[in-house]
Design a protein around this ligand. Structure first.
Ligand SMILES: NC(=O)c1ccc[n+]([C@@H]2O[C@H](COP(=O)([O-])OP(=O)(O)OC[C@H]3O[C@@H](n4cnc5c(N)ncnc54)[C@H](O)[C@@H]3O)[C@@H](O)[C@H]2O)c1
Length: 255
């Protein structure tokens, strides 16, 4: 039975990449709390499917199809969402990609493109939405980084650099906006078995090693396992927690 955070009812939660993977589980968890959820994602089919499922009760969830690297479209979209739904109380920057590259074969365009999604849109959403949060008396910003920040897997040098950038961004931004009662924290998921990870990445041998050797806890991490930490960091229950990076990883990063 998931916990209820009464203060999250009617809160405006904006999440990027909220139509698939971890983001979809987080969107569903906030909808179940009675929050007003604005989902930004480029997968319109997944968004429509999720919307059908979440809006079945009295949830208020809206979906906005957008490529988050198209900043010329992102900025006006953020303002139109604010105009329609009011200032954002909880901003969740989640969308990112994790392509593998041999660093000696990676082009500058590929490096720049990954930074544009994994870091760039985190900056743009903060820049555009923090003024509304300030006027509204505060809020909570949650940025998704990765346990790979500590582990540093090969072929993920660029991805790891983007995730390290997020940890740095959180540490500095928390100080910058704390006086305005805006809290800024990061969540670092472990290896989470999303549909995409199961389809494209993990082999049965890797799964076995992960659970029996790499993680402290011998469990399979699911997208739903991430949701409670997002709810907690969004709610007043964590009102004095800021500038932290929480690993939600069954002990993977520390091995
Ligand atoms: N799954 C894991 O094992 C894992 C581990 C550590 C960190 N993370 C982090 O968690 C976050 C979510 O990852 P996930 O595994 O759920 O990913 P995912 O690929 O399953 O889902 C990502 C979502 O973002 C959307 N998206 C991707 N690029 C986009 C773009 N340009 N514009 C708009 N939407 C876009 C996708 O459509 C999808 O709905 C990421 O920040 C990722 O780095 C995931």
């Amino acid at each position: 039975m998931p916990a209820t955070f009464h203060d999250l009812r009617n809160k405006h939660v904006l999440i990027t990449g909220g139509a698939g993977g971890i983001g979809a589980a987080v969107s569903a968890a906030f909808a179940a709390q009675g929050s007003r959820v604005s989902i930004l994602d480029h997968d319109a089919a997944a968004g429509a499917k999720l919307l059908g499922r979440l809006n079945a009760g009295d949830a208020e969830v809206s979906f906005h199809a957008i490529d988050l690297t198209d900043f010329d479209s992102l900025v006006p979209l953020l303002h139109s969402i604010e105009k329609e739904n009011g200032p954002v109380d909880v901003l969740i920057n989640n969308a990112a990609k994790d392509p593998r590259y041999d660093i000696t074969q990676m082009s500058w365009a590929e490096w720049e493109e990954l930074f544009k999604l994994n870091v760039g849109h985190y900056f743009i959403t903060c820049r555009e939405l923090i003024p509304g949060m300030k006027k509204n008396g505060g809020g909570s910003i949650i940025m998704v980084t990765s346990c790979n920040f500590w582990i540093g897997s090969g072929e993920l040098t660029c991805y790891t650099a983007t995730k390290a950038a997020i940890v740095g961004m959180v540490r500095s931004l928390a100080r910058e906006v704390g006086k305005d009662m805006i809290r800024v924290n990061a969540i670092a998921p472990g290896w989470v078995m999303t549909e995409r990870q199961l389809r494209e990445r993990i082999t049965p041998e890797q799964m076995k090693k992960l659970q029996q050797e790499d993680q402290i806890l011998p469990v399979r991490l699911l997208p739903e396992d991430m949701a409670g930490t997002f709810l907690f960091l969004a709610s007043d229950q964590s009102r004095v927690i800021t500038r932290q990076t929480l690993a939600v990883d069954a002990g993977y990063a520390m091995t």
